[in-house]
Design a protein around this ligand. Structure first.
Ligand SMILES: [Fe+2]
Ligand SMILES: [Fe+2]
Length: 159
C-alpha cells in the first residue's frame, strides 16, 4: 500500500475514535439532563464510531500496513444548548465525509483499488450518518430550545 494512503488511513482511525469521544460526551450531556432517549441515541452512535475505527484498523492489518493509531484529541465538553450538541454532531459527520472522500480520491489516483473498494461502505454509511444527524438537528431547531425535552418523545416513537 502507498505510504500516503496508509498515513490517511491511520489518521482516519484517530478521527473515528475522536467521533466516539464526541458522541460519548453528547450522551453524557443528555444523560445529565435526564434525557434518556437522547443519551441512548448518542451512545449507539458512539458504539458505531468504535466499529468504524476497528474497520479501518482491520483493513490496514489485512492489507499488510503498519497500524499507527495517532493521539486522540479530546472533544468539546461544554455546550450552551441541546441544539449545539446536535449541530456539533452534524458538523462532525460532514467533516468525516470529507475525510473519507479525500482518502478515496487518493486511493483512486494511486490505483489502490482495494482501498477504494473498502471505502465504498463508508460512503454509504456517511449518507446515513449525515441524514440522521441533519434530520435531528432540523427537528430540535423546529421544537426550539425551550421545548428540547420533546425530542425524547420524538426519539421514543422513532425507535
Ligand atoms: Fe464514523
Ligand atoms: Fe459517524
Amino acid at each position: 500500500m502507498n505510504q500516503d494512503v496508509l498515513n490517511l488511513l491511520n489518521a482516519q482511525i484517530g478521527h473515528e475514535y475522536e467521533n466516539y469521544v464526541l458522541y460519548e460526551q453528547a450522551s453524557a450531556y443528555f444523560d445529565a439532563k435526564g434525557m434518556d432517549e437522547a443519551a441512548k441515541l448518542f451512545r449507539k452512535q458512539a458504539d458505531g464510531e468504535l466499529e468504524h475505527a476497528r474497520k479501518f484498523t482491520d483493513y490496514v492489518r489485512d492489507a499488510g500496513g503498519k497500524v499507527v493509531i495517532p493521539t486522540i484529541k479530546g472533544q468539546k465538553s461544554e455546550y450552551t444548548s441541546g441544539e449545539d450538541v446536535f449541530l456539533a454532531a452534524f458538523t462532525r459527520e460532514q467533516e468525516t465525509t470529507a475525510k473519507i472522500y479525500a482518502i478515496r480520491d487518493l486511493a483512486w489516483k494511486s490505483s489502490d483499488h482495494a482501498t477504494f473498494e473498502m471505502l465504498t461502505w463508508f460512503v454509504s454509511e456517511q449518507v446515513e450518518e449525515e441524514n440522521l444527524t441533519g434530520k435531528l438537528l432540523t427537528v430540535v431547531r423546529g421544537f426550539g430550545e425551550k421545548n428540547l425535552y420533546l425530542i425524547e418523545a420524538y426519539l421514543s416513537h422513532k425507535a
